[in-house]
Design a protein around this ligand. Structure first.
Ligand code: HEC
Ligand code: HEC
Length: 340
């Protein structure tokens, strides 16, 4: 609803200033679908988005000077690292699979257990997480403050000579909000183009709908709208100790509930599940059928669903590789190696 109102406003503004068709709302002409098209990003503060892009790519926000947000959410690889679990500071093995940052602005909350309410709150986590970037907010801000290129840019965006962590996370979140992937073949089909899907892909979508996948994987992101139990019909044997939503709510009934992940660009975001245990889409679909729905798909049904899922790959964000301002003589030097 909120999105509709905002896009209506943006559309009328666009008409006034004559912005091209790029920012237009994409409507689904198919009635009764539980999936909606992805809308293109609407940039309201380009200077802030550009600053956020630099911060997203800047490894100096980590203690090692080597790990940036992009290390684990590689925008050349669907916003993930394509690893079972991530590699953090000092080559530490992470506890959980890195979800994509693409379309993450569409989710009800951030992280597998939803412990951050939005992207801004989320962005404060990894910088200070000893298993990820292993820095502190004070050191990160001090580092930025020592770089004239950054102080000038923060001043331009926030009107202040003094950088603080809120500005850092706000700019990163503004950048992440632009990381949406409209224009997938499935969205073209939703918008009325009957030729956008092959017969097999359409069959896959029908099986996806009729067997009940869409009860959890719905909305524009085909996910991110609820927390659900992993292993509804049959328990899931996880290869990690993560407990899911109960870690946030403290409620036993939330044990092993995870945020339903988006299926947008899922062809690019392997391996799958919070523990990264499923290497292939075919395996993930088979597990979902059995554990969530008590249904064993035939190889042909499985192949149809996989074919459908691959139509959810949209236009990847296009951007110029941001060029980062150089450190000054006063910038503290990184600690890439630590003796154990
Ligand atoms: C060392 C790897 C690593 C680095 C570096 C890293 N992340 Fe993550 N990120 C993860 C993992 C793993 C998760 C999932 C953690 C969880 O759910 O408990 C995650 C979760 C997220 C999410 C939530 C997505 C969702 O669907 O819930 C967002 C957004 C995100 N990271 C953005 C960032 C930003 C911004 C930075 C830089 C400030 C960053 N990450 C740095 C590994 C990393
Ligand atoms: C009861 C809710 C529910 C139903 C029904 C459901 N899913 Fe899921 N799906 C989830 C949850 C929760 C996860 C994350 C589980 C985890 O990582 O432990 C998930 C994960 C996935 C993933 C992995 C995504 C990733 O990035 O890791 C795929 C693919 C998937 N589901 C496809 C399907 C398909 C296809 C169906 C129908 C056969 C289906 N799901 C039915 C809730 C559901």
């Amino acid at each position: 609803m909120k999105m509709k109102i905002i896009s209506a406003v943006v559309l009328s503004m666009a008409a006034m200033v004559g912005v091209g068709s790029q920012a237009q709302e994409i409507k689904s002409v198919r009635k009764g679908e539980l999936v909606a098209p992805i809308q293109p990003a609407k940039v309201t503060n380009k200077a802030m988005v550009d600053l956020g892009a630099k911060l997203f790519f800047d490894p100096r926000l980590s203690k090692s000077g080597f790990i940036s947000c992009n290390s684990c959410h590689n925008l050349s690889m669907g916003g993930t690292d394509n690893l079972k679990t991530s590699i953090g500071h000092n080559w530490q093995e992470g506890p959980i699979n890195s979800p994509t940052v693409l379309n993450s602005s569409l989710a009800i909350a951030q992280f597998w257990d939803g412990r951050a309410k939005d992207l801004k709150e989320q962005a404060a986590g990894p910088i200070a997480n000893p298993g990820e970037m292993a820095f502190t907010h004070e050191l990160a801000v001090g580092m930025l403050q020592s770089i004239p290129g950054y102080t000038a840019e923060f001043k331009k965006v926030f009107g202040s000579d003094k950088i603080d962590i809120n500005m850092v996370t706000q700019a990163i979140a503004a950048f992440e909000e632009t990381l949406v992937t409209p224009n997938s073949r499935f969205d073209k089909w939703l918008a009325g183009d009957d030729k956008a899907l092959t017969a097999q892909e359409l069959r896959g979508y029908q099986t996806f709908k009729n067997s009940g996948c869409v009860a959890c994987h719905n909305g524009p992101a085909l996910g991110g709208t609820s927390f659900q139990k992993m292993g509804v019909v049959e328990p899931y044997k996880a290869s990690s100790p993560a407990e899911g939503r109960s870690a946030v709510t403290g409620k036993d009934e939330d044990r092993f509930n995870f945020k339903v992940p988006t299926l947008r660009n899922v062809e690019l975001t392997y391996p799958y599940f919070h523990d990264g245990a499923a290497d292939t889409l075919s395996e993930a679909v088979d597990t979902m059928g059995r554990l969530q729905l008590g249904r064993k798909f035939t190889p042909a049904e499985n192949a149809d669903i996989v074919a459908f899922l691959k139509t959810l790959t949209g236009d990847q964000p296009k951007m110029m590789m941001p060029i980062l301002p150089p450190s000054s003589d006063a910038t503290p030097r990184p600690t890439p190696f630590e003796k154990k």
